[in-house]
Design a protein around this ligand. Sequence first.
Ligand code: FAD
Length: 367
Amino acid sequence: MSNTNIAIIGAGLAGRLLAFKLSKLNYNLHLYEANPLTPAATAHLSAAAFTAAGMIAPISEAIEADIDTYHLGKTSLALWPSIIEQLNLNAATQVEFKHSGSLIICHPQDHAELSHFRHKVEQLSRQCDAQYQILNAQQLNALEPGLNGNFTSGLFLEDEAHIDNRQLLRALLAHCIANQVQVIDNTQVSIEGNTVISSKAKKSFDWVFDCRGIGAKPQLPQLRGVRGEVLRVESKEITLHRPVRLMHPRYQLYLVPKPNHQFVIGATQIESEDRSPMSVQSMLELCTAMYSINPAFSQARIIEQNTNLRPAFIDNKPQVIVRGQQVAINGFFRHGFLIAPAIIDSVIHWLQGTTCPHHQRIFSFLE
Ligand SMILES: Cc1cc2nc3c(=O)[nH]c(=O)nc-3n(C[C@H](O)[C@H](O)[C@H](O)COP(=O)(O)OP(=O)(O)OC[C@H]3O[C@@H](n4cnc5c(N)ncnc54)[C@H](O)[C@@H]3O)c2cc1C
């Protein structure tokens, strides 16, 4: 075991992925989490990563974000398979990861929205290697019969993926524990310099990585939470092979297939840090969108409604902020699964004294 003592605060996406990666490099690791991490799924509820849909969509997301998001997403897309391969070596921690693309569709009356989206994808593809295909009704039906022939045209973004976020979180934690990471859960902590302070103890480390998502706001007042609401439904009648995004003038919603006949439909994006349950309006919009994609969803069972906050800086871009021995990794906004592997790799390169292409754009060094 190395002599370098590292604390990682927050066992959401960034914290678990960092702990998993560092555990292969023989650091002495402590992973702190405010909530209990019992096997019961609900124990992870306060991490945005638990609520997320798990899309890894560099093209779709770059349309509203920028080319940096695209490049971070493409880098991550290339990194995910080896992470999944390592996790899947253990039969008990299997993670579903599918690189089967995304479909963008609209109802005939909203065709202008799809044209607008397509125009932006065309612009993006002139700046980078983003690929897309325009599909007619027949091609759409052949690719995704679960759409039930309800749509006459669409866009296929082949180079996008989706992951089962909850399986991933559980698998990362199991591997961390197996690799000697000391997990201290049910313990809300604060950070002062390189010292981690809980109600019971105070401990100093060589490095403290702050991966608290929106929980880091007391230390990073420029951070904001962006409310997102999702529904999880179960339907044995419908099969989808990839995320489907429905273009609409008022909201853009997606439906993401999950294991065990489940689907996540989301997500609202509201400039508010209100974590209260889903509003009636959001419930109506999500259900209407789902039903309009395939009326068989009318018989789906609603098994969860979730609300959470995406941690974001003013420009919605991620940052790694180094202040002495404290390193904050935050601002993943709606792109955690899309960009985390690239960001965490950059952090590990930096820790080990090597550089990587993303350093300059995401790192800042404070006195
Ligand atoms: C509705 C919704 C849908 C989304 N869909 C997608 C998607 O499809 N694709 C995608 O790429 N991204 C998506 N995201 C975004 C993604 O979930 C976030 O970007 C990502 O989870 C941020 O990771 P994080 O580790 O920084 O924060 P989190 O995942 O929120 O984890 C932070 C952790 O820190 C812990 N913590 C906080 N304070 C303390 C403290 N004081 N002491 C100890 N522990 C603490 C929390 O309990 C939590 O476990 C979605 C987000 C939402 C809300």
